[in-house]
Design a binder for this molecule. Structure first.
Ligand SMILES: NC(=O)c1ccc[n+]([C@@H]2O[C@H](COP(=O)([O-])OP(=O)(O)OC[C@H]3O[C@@H](n4cnc5c(N)ncnc54)[C@H](O)[C@@H]3O)[C@@H](O)[C@H]2O)c1
Length: 270
């Protein structure tokens, strides 16, 4: 149906979960993929499993790192055609127990990081599209930003997360308008319940380490049951299914779609 041969893709948060599955599918379609993650060891494993890929570990919430990541991708592979802003995590609590640090952390990863990556890519995107236009060529490039049903529907305990993920939709629609002239399709995919470490059944042990902070993640079992039974498809999604929706927006199948949000949630809304 299509090939991504000769395309260069950058996927953030590709060490595990949805990002890793996205990177795998992009590579299977022929793309050369730069993988980024905060956690070096799962990232290395992912890179070894994905043919022709490279990896560049680092923290996207470090204000200087997104520029370094974009520069490194272009320097190593000679271009940049697909950007998937996927890295993220949840740090939940009811609003009166949410600290400024916690709220800011959600904005830092979910909206500042994609903003800084796209800003860093802008000179390359603009100059390349102008050169191609002068040569009478039109090449579509792709940006896919990851959002959530928590952004569109709200999620109790997720003031910071849902705000960051809602902001991503604004950024998506704005960049679709700014970059349409450069033939860049900018879209978002919003997930419902996808089986990753973020949605594991909540126990006292379900914690993740983010930059030395131990953060409780997971979903209470009654909530998981409720979400699954409220879903028309009656189940959680797999990371491969999640990646499929992202792949559509990375492919020529979506060349005339931009500024849109595709919900990949088994039909479920909160
Ligand atoms: N799993 C779901 O049900 C679900 C639902 C809605 C949205 N999402 C979103 O999907 C995306 C992927 O999540 P997932 O479920 O695969 O989770 P995951 O924890 O399996 O993978 C996310 C990856 O992002 C990385 N990451 C976090 N902070 C980072 C940083 N500062 N710099 C670089 N990498 C960083 C993590 O190390 C991790 O490997 C996230 O944006 C998440 O918010 C997931």
């Amino acid at each position: 149906m299509f090939s991504l041969k000769s395309k260069v893709a950058l996927v953030t948060g590709a060490g595990r979960g949805i990002g890793r599955a996205v990177a795998q599918q992009l590579a299977a379609a022929g793309a050369t993929v730069m993988l980024n993650d905060l956690d070096a060891s799962p990232l290395e494993e992912a890179q070894k499993a994905i043919d022709g890929s490279a990896h560049y570990p680092g923290d996207l919430t470090d204000p200087l790192f997104p520029q370094q990541l974009v520069d490194r991708t272009i320097a190593q592979f000679g271009g940049l055609d697909i950007i998937v802003n996927n890295a993220g995590y949840t740090w939940d609590n009811i609003i009166q127990k949410t600290t400024d640090e916690q709220f800011q952390a959600m904005l830092d990863i979910h909206i500042f990081a994609p903003f800084r990556i796209l800003r860093a890519a802008a000179p390359f995107i603009r100059d390349t599209a102008k050169r191609e236009a002068a040569e009478g060529r039109r090449t579509h490039r792709k940006v896919v930003n990851i959002t959530s049903i928590s952004a569109t529907d709200g999620g109790a305990g997720q003031a910071g997360y849902s705000s960051g993920k809602a902001a991503v939709i604004g950024l998506t629609r704005t960049m679709a308008k700014e970059w349409g002239r450069y033939n860049v399709n900018v879209n978002a995919v919003g997930f419902g319940l996808i089986e990753t470490r973020l949605t594991q059944p909540l126990t006292t042990e379900s914690k993740i380490d983010v930059k030395g902070r131990e953060i409780r993640v997971g979903v209470q079992q009654p909530m998981l049951d409720k979400v699954v039974s409220a879903s028309p498809l009656g189940r959680a999604g797999t990371v491969e299914e999640a990646a499929g929706a992202v792949l559509f927006f990375c492919s020529p199948l979506s060349d005339f779609v931009t500024g849109e949000v595709l919900m990949c949630s088994g039909g479920m809304h909160f």
